[in-house]
Design a binder for this molecule. Structure first.
Ligand SMILES: Cc1cc2nc3c(=O)[nH]c(=O)nc-3n(C[C@H](O)[C@H](O)[C@H](O)COP(=O)(O)OP(=O)(O)OC[C@H]3O[C@@H](n4cnc5c(N)ncnc54)[C@H](O)[C@@H]3O)c2cc1C
Length: 395
């Protein structure tokens, strides 16, 4: 099937955004059959990943995946809101898993900011087109919330300033999609053990490099979505360093605000759909009205906050500690939505073996992780208290 190509449009005005949205939905309507999942629901993680990469490839060929990304990295320009609109449209139509799709939003902006321009120009289009997947190697068995204590070590072959290669040894854990990934944005210790955030360097590592082994871990919902990753004398070219030597903390700090905010726009679109589904199948009574009404208000507040964040990103080009508010809101709203499901569909989450029951159960269980991944709710509250409200330091 031939896809109609869309013309260039990088306007920042609301009218043009509405125009973009209308054209996008018209195109999705026309190509719905081609884009629709090919597996029986609910599908496995393998199915969801294959579907996402297939959809990305079709969208890339038609020119949609490139909107909102800078031209120097293979994009077509325009504000980042264009890409979150795309993610939301896909989530609203059940064409891709919103959590998986949003990973683009977490890692690509950082590659564009910190990688050599030639490297970003080569690999970002591969991520957008579904030719590759990337993962984020931050957490370690003893370094999660206290990320600055990480120990996975990179040592230069020779002098640190002139070495052509680095050798990496250590372990990461909870690395989402590591077993499917072609590359990893990896944080390593390059300074002294107690140098904390001043002695960390980021690398963009090919996952097929000899010495890397991946051991998938099963989550509470039965999916093997994340993994342990082991590095045993892994040789990485020096030109794969992201940012400055010992400047990896800046790389991490640039990723986290995206991971805590702009990537959630499609998640929000999906939560609206699930709440609507709950309304469709729950008893039509006052209790449903009250429970759903409460979840809806939370969701609406989250959407308003997220919309404001999108506009701030478009205007200033950066995000910071204030995104901890978005992360806290998305985590508590997601859990409130699935708590509503559990309260209103009696026994469904616990015992129902139908496809619908399986999906509600899996999503309910996954929602428990929302207050952990991307930084726990307690850590977000600390950031809000310390850095936004000025209530003292952690030191
Ligand atoms: C589904 C999922 C996907 C993930 N994907 C990735 C990934 O792709 N890449 C990656 O690098 N990591 C990933 N993670 C890991 C995640 O970032 C960490 O789990 C998280 O940062 C918490 O670290 P931890 O598990 O070591 O818990 P810990 O840091 O040991 O925390 C344990 C408990 O102590 C609390 N706590 C810790 N410090 C403080 C403090 N200062 N004040 C108050 N309370 C505190 C925490 O809130 C938590 O309740 C993922 C996690 C999940 C659940």
């Amino acid at each position: 099937m031939a896809f109609s190509r869309i013309g260039p449009s990088d306007s920042r005005s609301a009218t043009e955004l509405a125009h973009y949205r209308a054209r996008l939905h018209a195109w999705l309507d026309v190509n719905h059959e081609e884009l629709a999942p090919r597996y029986p629901p609910p599908g496995t993680l393998d199915d969801h990943i294959a579907q996402m990469q297939r959809v990305k490839s079709i969208l890339f060929d038609a020119g949609w995946m490139q909107f909102g990304w800078p031209e120097r990295s293979g994009g077509r320009g325009g504000p980042p809101m264009l890409r979150t609109e795309l993610g939301a449209a896909l989530a609203a139509r059940d064409l891709t898993d919103p959590g998986l799709f949003s990973l683009i939003e977490v890692l690509a902006p950082t590659l564009i900011e910190f990688a050599r321009p030639e490297l970003a120009g080569e690999v970002v289009p591969r991520l957008l087109s579904g030719a590759e997947l990337w993962c984020q190697g931050f957490s370690e068995p003893h370094s999660g919330s206290d990320l600055a204590s990480l120990r996975c070590r990179a040592v230069p072959n020779g002098d640190a300033r002139t070495a052509s290669t680095w050798v990496i040894n250590g372990q990461k854990v909870w690395t989402s999609l590591a077993q499917y990934s072609d590359r990893c944005v990896l944080l390593t210790r390059t300074g002294l053990a107690d140098s904390r955030h001043r002695g960390i360097t980021a690398f963009f590592v090919d996952m097929k490099t000899p010495g890397i082994s991946v051991r998938p871990l099963e989550m509470i919902n039965g999916e093997r979505e994340f993994a342990e990753v082991f590095f045993d004398n892994v040789v990485v070219p020096a030109d794969r360093m992201l940012g400055q030597l010992n400047g990896g903390w800046s790389v991490a700090m640039s990723i986290l605000p995206y991971e805590r905010s702009s990537c959630f726009w499609q998640r929000i679109a999906y939560l609206y759909r699930r709440l609507q589904r709950l309304v469709d199948v729950a008893p039509q009574d006052d209790r449903t009205a009250e429970v759903v009404g409460d979840a809806f208000l939370k969701l609406h507040a989250l959407r308003a906050r997220s919309r404001a964040t999108q506009h701030r990103l478009a205007e200033t080009g950066t995000l910071g500690a204030e995104t901890s508010i978005d992360k806290l809101l998305v985590a508590t709203t997601e859990q409130a939505t699935y708590d509503a499901v559990r309260r209103l569909l009696t026994g469904m989450v616990e015992m129902d073996d139908s496809v619908a029951g399986e999906v509600w159960r899996s999503e309910y269980l996954y929602s428990r992780a929302a207050t952990i991944y991307g930084g726990t709710a307690e850590v977000q509250r600390n950031i809000i208290a310390r850095r936004l409200l000025g209530l003292g330091s952690d030191e």
